[in-house]
Design a protein around this ligand. Structure first.
Ligand code: P6P
Length: 284
């Protein structure tokens, strides 16, 4: 399974430059919505189709699922399912801010709990193109950063959450935060610097680099929050926990949240252990 996960990450690194090169001409919205009821950019569709065809050629991958598609796609023989957010934070394209591609590699059918992950990673289209990824079971994963150039990923360093937290970023609108979430943010904003850019991957990258907490919390208007477990919550939990941090849906590790649907939403809290522990006791 680890070998298949490595091949998946290699395939995504291989086409990352094509996705980045395809962004400038695809900044317009198309008609219609994705399964989560969100507007779809031409770039979302381009990234989705590019990734699907790359993964169809990877031995061992039997299923492709995308945040942009209602149901999973059968790619033929292969026990591994790959769930992808092709362009996470694509609304940042218009404002020319960072966004990413998120990849979750599961052993078995979807929807799946995070404990079934055998690899996960994200590509960050920032000033430079990088990948942060790990392979193996969640408990065994070593998370590394790679520089992605000409379709190759060159290891840079092992990713470990800094001991001392520095940044925080909470999604949603302040009036929509339940009182306990608002109380937690009021406490941490006195200790940390606000870093929120509207693309989960770029905001999680801040936490992995500088320590802190990222959340798209439960909202009064949407108790399950906004982010999707299969495509965003599980892979980000895998990476942050693999880097020595902690994840939560408010009560437990995101990796322990039962999988009930391909596009199920989940509140996402990830970051330094002490900050997440404090958050869980605040929400209890
Ligand atoms: P908001 C991007 O659309 C996304 O799915 C995540 O990447 C990001 O964290 C969140 O939604 C941003 O949501 O409500 O701040 O625009």
């Amino acid at each position: 399974m680890v070998a298949v996960a490595e091949r998946v990450l290699d395939a995504v690194a291989d086409i990352a430059p094509d996705i980045r090169a395809g962004l400038p001409g695809r900044r317009r919205y198309l008609d219609g919505e994705n399964p989560s009821g969100e507007e779809v950019l031409a770039a979302d569709v381009f990234a989705d189709e590019t990734i699907e065809s790359a993964l169809a050629a990877v031995e061992g991958v039997g299923t492709y699922a995308s945040e942009e598609r209602e149901s999973a796609v059968d790619l033929g023989e292969g026990r591994v399912s790959v769930a992808v957010d092709p362009l996470d934070g694509s609304s940042n394209l218009q404002s020319n801010n960072p966004m990413g591609t998120v990849v979750a590699v599961y052993d078995g059918d979807l929807p799946a709990p995070g404990r079934d992950l055998v690899g996960a990673g994200y590509v960050l289209y920032g000033p430079v193109t990088t990948m942060v990824a790990g392979v193996g079971a969640p408990a065994d994963a070593t998370v590394r950063e790679y520089l992605v150039e000409d379709g190759e990923r060159e290891p840079v360093e092992t990713v470990e959450l800094p001991e001392e937290p520095t940044v925080y970023g909470f999604g949603g609108r302040v009036p929509d935060w339940p009182d306990d979430v608002a109380a937690y943010v009021e406490a941490v904003e006195a200790e940390l610097k606000l870093r929120y850019g509207g693309a989960m991957i770029a905001d999680v990258s801040q936490v992995l680099s500088y320590g802190g907490v990222f959340a798209y919390p439960t909202l009064a208007s949407s108790p399950e929050g906004k982010l999707r477990l299969q495509f965003e919550g599980n892979p980000v939990a895998y990476l942050v926990e693999g880097a020595g941090g902690r994840s939560s849906d408010g009560e437990r590790s995101l990796l322990d949240v039962p999988a009930t649907g391909l596009h199920q939403r989940v509140p996402v809290y990830v970051g330094n252990d002490a900050l997440i522990e404090r958050l869980e006791s605040t929400l209890a």
